[in-house]
Design a protein around this ligand. Sequence first.
Ligand code: F6R
Length: 607
Amino acid sequence: MCGIVGYVGYRNLESVLLVGLERLSYRGYDSSGIAIISDGELSYWKTPGKIHELEKLLQNMSIQGHVGIGHTRWSTHGEPNEVNAHPQINAPHKIAIVHNGIIENYQSLKSKLLSEGFLFRSQTDSEVIVHLIARYLQDNLLEAVERAMLDLEGTYAFAVIAEKEPDKVIVAKKGSPLIIGIGKNENFISSDLNAVIPHTKDVIYMDDMDIAIVESQAVLFKKLGGAYIEKEIHHITWDATSADKNGYDHYMLKEIFEQPTIIRNIISKTIDGDHIKFDSLRMSNEELIKTTRFIIQACGTSWHAGLVAKYLMERYARVLTEVDISSEFRYRQMITGINDIVVAISQSGETADTLACIREAKSKFFKVLSFVNVQGSTIDRESDGIIYTNSGPEVGVASTKNYVAQLVTLYLFTLYLSHLKWSISSNDLVTMISELKRIPDYIDQILEQKESIRAIADKYYQHREFLFIGRGLNYPSALEGALKLKEISYIHATGYAAGELKHGPIALIDEHLPVVCIAPQSPTYDKMISNIQEVRARKGKTIVIATEGDHSIEEFADDIIRIPHVSEELTPILTVIPMQLLSYYIAVKLDCDVDQPRNLAKSVTVE
Ligand code: F6R
């Protein structure tokens, strides 16, 4: 959450900072600002609102300079306004900082600094950092930063510039991500890859307690209170253009339509003839075979993917699989087994709760296997084993393509493990792989129904409440459908296991409630039909997702969306597609900000 950029070099400073902020705006977008040093003088501009408000503010200025930092904010402490926006400034010492994270002891630090005469203007926790640095600044900025870090508790990635040392940006990290992009006679700072990849593919990931002194000709790294260190340069293969809209109205729509291609890519990377391979796995087959329990933990949409994986792993690999929400998992007393593996699922690889869980798990000597999209992210680097979900940069705040990529990758992992354990035969494996290969074409067929799904959205968009129901593997799909709708349209939506309907939620049903019923052909199909009838009997409106050729279901459906026939285990990959489109068109009809819904941020790096 919150995006940090920084630049030292000879390009147009304003444009590097603004383009960087624009590319990080999915991390938070309630206010933004930049600070620069030009001819030895510090200047800064900041404003509430999205990045284009900052662009407007800077429109007629001619900003010169070679050193600058910028920030796009997702508020934690203090409402989004100009004063609370970053950079935070210490005016007497002409120092500016941008910060991502939460300073947990800021109240006590603030009281102390106030008693010493420091003036606070904002309600942010971040402001203590800049005053602490000012407090310690005598001859050397680095020394002041190090002394300030010793006082700080909590998490941070921050970048600081000061008139006293006008040619550099000093950055420090503890708990929040920070990346240095290495250029020729220029260097970049960013809280994630997206702001760096248009300029350079060579990056250095900072670790906790690392400090970097970034100048145009060099970047020096050291540990807090320790010696200077060498850091490895990683070469990134991500393409900058994959984070553009490519003519679509919104990133979310573009990402929904990218899904068939992404699955084709995953299949071609992972399947070699009749074999499945995970190049990055970093775990031996022996370790996987002897696993007696997988404990999956994840948040939000990634948690839904984990729920689907539980069904798959238990059904095919015959391994006990638990699934927990990361923020809950951390606080229960885990019973550890010597052959347990903790599995983390995360698009960003930076989600604070998920990361905290893997650290907790490792401290208890669990092995950690993670399914991550963003290569080089903290979860990637801290896990014992890794499998990439390979969906490319996902920019829309509501996760779509990466969810589907997670489902496909978890399915492939299940097949891989099941075959290792001989719980499925080679023939089964071949059949299952060949069915998976047809999925991208099936998704194309669903996407062709976009106009009829848009018509359903037009019919129901004014309802203030929706229910989503499904069974078995499609119970998580119901949760995911409801989450998509509520996060981008602000309509209250609940996902339920259809069998639970009569244990409470049925009380909600009347002629005003649309119920999305996920009813593909499956062993629980008849039970699902009974649940749909229960809805109809109470005059609820049914939007049914059903298999092509299933005509008997039509009499129970006010509206119907078709998916091609596939084996039950693959249905969640298809049933989610119409729900993504339905949510998208409802949100567009309501004139909501689809790609940047209020209060949300793409990567949740605070607990
Ligand atoms: C919903 C959504 C969130 C994320 C959750 C976990 O559309 O995007 O619920 O799934 O914040 O994020 P990652 O997967 O990055 O750990």
